[in-house]
Design a protein around this ligand. Structure first.
Ligand SMILES: [Mn+2]
Length: 434
């Protein structure tokens, strides 16, 4: 007997991989774990009869001669199949995209660092010219989109995009995908997010804004990754971590999300005994009781240890900075801007930045009939600053968010430089290979 298995808490990538594998191994029986993520459960409740599959409890493991493992390389993530762990005469085929060291030793494997395991299958089906239906294409694409965040996570590769293109040609239905990949955000998730926001705090690590939040949960709470992602988004963090303590079940789940490639969640979580991708990952700690402060300290160590791009604001800012005083006449400020070819100037009084006067402000001035008012009358006083140790990505994000072209760089309340949109642009384009 041949069976196809995948990881517990089955997501779309795992589900897609199981059914794609059943096309490649037509004699193998798909077995799905009893725990599935809510989106997959909903999908299966509607598509129940589309694919034949069985449960681990109904599988005669003793008769299995060949095991096809997809979307995981870890015995502990399988349900039921562990009984085969030490069976010498089982042939194992492994299809996976996880980078953590495998505990499953396979006789044959197809493992590649791509965004989704479904990508590996889609590519093989395309190569073999296998006919696939629009429904199959839809499911496989849902797997790729889920694991790559619609091809946007840093783990996404060109191979994933090519596989997506193939599935779209095979008429994958984006409406269906959008319906089923709806984030599992409900009242329970809302409660957790609310609790996290109530004791939210931020830390600066390697110039990045990070938050590590400890939160107690009860019962089974799914969708924690979505909650942490929303938390990260609301607080505008570079990376967010949730330490979720489940007292009753005696276990702790750590979930991390990062918006920057420089903070690699996957490698941090692997060091904590879990796994994941650069943008998202988690670890489950079963030893109890866990000390959240110790976990927090470990996370901080890992984050500090991750190699960051090196470039900080201090490396690319311009200095000394040309400034004007609040009493400088507008005509003079206009002259300086023209002369120096810049688009804005910090307005400084007593060593402190009290405003910014930019080209935009001169439009109002031209319409003004008063003779030559001071800069003070037209400058914007709501100034956003940045610190020299912060990342360039952070500066770029601030400029977009506030719709401003420059940020004064402040250290100990003193103006030490300025970074402009073009500085940030130059930095990014220099990073791109020719
Ligand atoms: Mn996967």
């Amino acid at each position: 007997m041949e069976v196809i298995v995948t990881h517990k808490n089955t997501d779309f990538d795992a589900l897609a991989s199981v059914f794609a594998a059943s096309l490649i191994y037509p004699d193998a029986a798909p077995v799905l774990p009893t725990s599935q993520n809510p989106n997959v459960r909903q999908f299966l409740s509607i598509h129940k009869d589309l694919f034949p599959w069985s449960r681990p409890g109904d599988t005669a493991w003793g008769r299995v001669k060949k095991l096809i493992v997809v979307d995981t390389n870890d015995w502990n993530r399988l349900e039921g199949a562990q009984v085969l762990r030490d069976s010498p005469d089982i042939e194992i085929h492994l299809w996976d995209h996880h980078l953590n060291p495998a505990t499953i030793e396979a006789q044959w494997e197809h493992c590649m660092a791509v965004g989704a395991a479904a990508t590996l299958f889609a590519r093989r089906l395309e190569e073999e010219g296998t006919k696939i239906s629009p429904i199959q294409a839809t499911l496989f694409l849902a797997g790729i989109y889920e694991d790559t965040g619609n091809l946007s996570f840093p783990s996404t590769t060109a191979v994933d995009a090519q596989a997506a293109a193939f599935l779209l040609r095979r008429k994958a239905d984006l409406d269906v995908i959008n319906t089923f990949l709806r984030p599992a955000y409900g009242p329970k998730q809302k409660d957790v997010l609310f609790k996290m926001l109530q004791n939210a705090e931020r830390t600066k690590l390697n110039g990045y804004t990070v938050s590590i939040n400890t939160c107690s949960i009860s019962g089974h709470t799914s969708g924690l990754a979505i909650v942490v992602e929303m938390y990260r988004d609301i607080l505008n963090l570079d990376a967010a971590f949730g330490i979720f303590m489940n007292e009753k079940q005696g276990r702790t789940i750590i979930v991390g999300r990062s918006a920057l490639e420089n903070i690699n969640i996957g490698s941090i979580m692997r060091a904590m005994g879990g796994g994941g991708h650069p943008g998202a990952g988690s670890a489950l700690l079963k030893n109890h009781p866990q000390d959240p402060d110790r976990i927090r300290a470990q996370l901080i160590d890992r984050i500090k240890g991750t190699r960051h791009s090196g470039a900080q604001i201090g490396d690319i800012m311009s200095f000394p900075v040309l400034t004007v005083s609040p009493r400088t006449p507008m005509t003079e400020a206009a002259h300086i801007l023209r002369e120096k070819g810049c688009t804005g100037l910090p307005v400084v009084e007593g060593g402190k930045v009290v405003g910014i006067i930019s080209r935009r402000d001169f439009r109002k001035f031209r319409k003004n009939t008063r003779k030559d008012p001071p800069v003070k009358a037209f400058m914007s006083t709501n100034v956003t600053f940045i610190e020299p140790g912060q990342s360039i990505t952070k500066a770029a994000r601030l400029m977009v968010k506030k719709d401003i072209g420059r940020l004064p760089v402040i250290e100990d309340e003193k103006l030490i430089g300025i970074i402009t949109r073009s500085d940030a642009m130059r930095y990014y384009y220099d990073l791109l290979p020719d």
